[in-house]
Design a binder for this molecule. Sequence first.
Ligand code: PFF
Length: 449
Amino acid sequence: MRNHRGQFSSRLGFVLAAAGSAVGLGNIWGFPTQVAGNGGAAFLVIYLILAFCLAYPALMAELTIGRHTRANIVIALQAIASNGFTRSFGKYTGLYGVLVASLILSFYTLVAGWVLAHFTAHLCKLLGVSGIVPWLTSDNLSRNLIFAFGFSLMTIGVISAGVHRGIEVWSDRLMPALLVLLVLLIAYVLSQEGAMEGLRLYLVPDFSRITDSRLILSALGQAFFSLSLGVGTMLIYGSYIRAQDNLPAIGALVTLVDTGIAFLAGLLVIPAMFVAQKLGVDIYQNGQLAGGPALIFNILPELFDSIGFGGQVIATAFFALLTIAALTSSISMLEVPVSLALETTTMARRSASWLIGLVIFSFTVLITIYFDRLFGLIVTLTTTYSEPLVGIVLCLYAGWVWNRNSLLNTLRQGNPAIENSFFWKIWPVYVRYFCPFLIFAAFVQSLNL
Ligand code: PFF
């Protein structure tokens, strides 16, 4: 193994990078879509409960294992194993996690490519070059491939620059920009007619929906996807945290930022739909509030278009926001296979990033060409099933397999009094029994749907 590992240079650097990984299309696109499709505020309530009660403990399992082992998920799970069986099971689970991260990146790149194309379209309109706009905003193979490739190059470029100069520096720049854009957009939308109706749907729960099993499973999958769990991403970022940083506190901060941004994205998108409706846009599809591409690429742009020139500025800002969010997430996904290559072969970071990045892009090409057959399948396989399942194994390794004293020593770094804390009273039991059981229960329930 190489001993020159990268490291985040400050606590803030880590928080911004991990929050950058967590905050992505899942927050700004996925979350509002799920809220719209699952009865509004009922989904929001369940999501918040699951994010803090299940996803945060699972995030802590990944961060702690990562900082202790200072390695990628494959080596890490073997390093904390207690016997031959847990060592090989850890190895194969780790490899599966790396595969899942790579598959998520392959479809994420396609979606991010669409977003980048719409950003370019609005920028062109703003600059008065509108000849190319119909091509940029229509769903066609050449546009999809070109923009996915462009996005892939950006991801590879950042990762090949390394942990500090690539991931940290870019997250430090992009995350504050994202927050400022989001707040400005919300302020604008909430001042428009119709916004209050959307706000009511978003914030006043219909309690009859709260026990809906489909809703609970969707919220669980969304919480895991949103916090980038169950694929080794947070584990590898944890391995770059300095020894003096307090893990439970920064894990909590990352969870707060992630759920906070998802909440803000809902505050933007759901009221925006009702503002658009007031302007004559149809916001329903098959009797349900529209979500996904229809929402992001048709309804919202129609709203922006109706505002005139100011609306073009807002639309450009909105798609810039989505592109930034997607980039700080995609780099964290590519870091998973790249860190494995760096720590198990003699490859240099630059060549590993290019090689692996391009192999993953070739999957993006396949998904783009065979979209109807592959896209939904890979999204469901990775996000609904694989992330929670690998998450269960990570909790079991942190709770049962890893030696308790060694776990405590890792947490003591940066928090010497942890033994007397509320966290230490609750989390070890929680991650041992409740997390695996509850994730599994939600998962089994989904199979009966
Ligand atoms: N958390 C990201 C989002 O919400 O868009 C998606 C993601 C990033 C999933 C990194 C998995 C991952 F490893």
